[in-house]
Design a protein around this ligand. Sequence first.
Ligand code: FES
Ligand code: FES
Length: 151
Amino acid sequence: MISLLINNQTYQIDADPEMPLLWAIRDLVELTGTKFGCGIAVCGACSVLIDGKRSYSCTYPVGDAMGKKITTIEGLTDKAGLAIQQAWIELQVPQCGYCQSGQIISATVLLKTKSDPTDADIDMAMQGNLCRCGTYQRIRAAIHRAAELIK
Ligand code: FES
Ligand code: FES
């Protein structure tokens, strides 16, 4: 059995330690806000926080996640996470929405390290998250708005 701490709740799962963490999150724990996109650590749709760092759960072995603190979009309830979600709603950022939980995870990490990021900071921090709908301009605006909300 593998013990996982996800969103401050402990789950015991029966899985191969090499299985991607994403499968555990979506199929075994049934938190489906985190998405499967490319499966090869390119698109960012599967982003979660592991000990506060943005990580691609599609290529992260579930066995390596034992003893670590995992946060998914469903558990993003701290100040930065809530401000970002509010800004996302205000500015109607998503189009199809598929990439957006990953975008929000990365934006949260950015705002925790830079309280007032520039456009260049945002572009750098968000480059690991692709959006096929091209919502990049709204993502940028929403991150600036979230920074204001946090102040
Ligand atoms: S699904 Fe993990 S990076 Fe694309
Ligand atoms: S909103 Fe559709 S892929 Fe980003």
